[in-house]
Design a protein around this ligand. Structure first.
Ligand SMILES: Nc1ncnc2c1ncn2[C@@H]1O[C@H](COP(=O)(O)OP(=O)(O)OP(=O)(O)O)[C@@H](O)[C@H]1O
Length: 337
């Protein structure tokens, strides 16, 4: 669990449950979900399709009312609010969507100004704020461009500036990079991290991309069938090869099923006595076990070098001995034939 004293907490979700009743069929989209996000942290929410991610974000922003549970922002349970109070509470959230959905008839600057117009800011304040925001997202020279004149990444920057316009405390990002290529994804993630560092804003990111979590999240929640499957600080879950998140966040290419025996091992666990790919192969060969690397993923995540390795054995009869050796080295081997 991600624990933090309530004073430093930006968002606390407690036992959030949402049951849809569609023509007599009950679907539990959220099942007693709890999570705590400290101020200024980036929290990733991951899970397969249908896990409940969209429902969670809709309950957070007040677009959907939960069946039970609490969403506490700045000490206030917003699920209990209605009408003008709920609208005011929703302003504590800025939302970034997968597609920026900008208005084609407006320039980048005017798209960013839109929520300020709705909130009744006067023109001089709006203009000053928009200038600040364009600078913040690196689009000062694009202020007068219409969406059609901007790249996908630039449009998403406008979407982020628009979400930040009214100075929300929490930035909710719903698959913010899913529609972008790898390089643009990298620059948008760098921008989100920079915004957190400069503004101290709290960020919640819903994503199905492991790389997003690996690159910028401080903590992560894995949802499955509407419930929290696992939760923890990235640096901890990434170091523990026994967690589901470790597997989700460090995917390994699955080789063809060709009858060869393969052992999957985890790299980077603090207790392991061997830390490198070469070291693992040498350990086996030293004992007369012919082995090779079938696939490997090694990355530095949360300052720690971690990964997974698939070791291919030339002779299936050496499987048990190889597994014992790898077990002794605390590499958490598993047969993946
Ligand atoms: N309005 C609704 N009425 C009935 N069932 C719903 C409704 N909205 C969502 N659900 C159901 O709730 C469950 C969770 O859906 P949700 O859209 O939150 O998942 P998700 O993790 O966001 O999936 P995806 O990544 O595909 O968007 C699913 O079984 C879905 O069919």
């Amino acid at each position: 669990m991600v624990e933090q004293s309530s004073a430093g907490t930006a968002l606390a979700v407690r036992d959030l449950t949402k049951v849809f009743d569609a023509r007599g069929t009950r679907v539990t989209a959220l099942d007693a979900v709890s999570l705590t996000v400290p101020r200024g942290e980036i929290h990733g929410i991951v899970g397969r399709s249908g896990a409940g991610k969209s429902t969670l974000i809709r309950c957070l922003t007040g677009l959907e009312s939960p069946t039970s549970g609490e969403v506490v922002v700045a000490g206030e349970d917003i699920t209990a609010l209605r009408g003008a109070e709920l609208r005011a509470a929703r302003r504590r959230f800025g939302v970034v969507y997968q597609h920026a959905n900008l208005l084609d008839s407006r320039t980048a600057a005017d798209n960013i100004a839109l929520p300020l117009e709705v909130a009744g800011w006067d023109k001089a304040d709006r203009d000053a704020r928009v200038t600040e925001l364009l600078d913040l997202v690196g689009l000062t020279d694009r202020a007068g461009n219409h969406p059609g004149q901007l790249s996908g990444g630039q449009q998403q920057r406008v979407g982020i500036a628009r979400a930040l316009a009214a100075r929300p405390e929490i930035l909710l990002c719903d698959e913010p990079t899913s529609a972008l290529d790898a390089a643009t994804t990298g620059s948008i993630l760098a921008l989100l991290r920079e915004l957190r560092d400069r503004l101290g804003i709290t960020v919640v990111i819903i994503t199905h991309e492991p790389s997003v979590v690996r690159e910028i999240c401080d903590a992560v929640t894995l949802l499955g069938d509407g419930a929290v499957v696992e939760q923890g600080r990235l640096s901890e879950v990434i170091a523990d090869p026994t967690t589901r998140l470790h597997r989700e966040l460090i995917p390994l290419v699955e080789p063809a099923t060709d009858g060869l025996v393969r052992l999957q091992v985890a790299l980077g666990h603090p207790d392991s006595t061997v830390g490198s790919i070469d070291g693992i192969i040498a350990l086996l060969r030293h004992e007369g076990i012919e082995a090779d690397v079938a696939a490997a993923t090694v990355e530095t995540i949360a300052g720690r070098r971690v990964g997974r390795l698939l070791v291919e054995l030339a002779d299936a009869t050496t499987t048990d001995r190889a597994r014992d050796l790898l077990e002794q080295a605390r590499l958490h081997p598993e047969v993946a034939a």
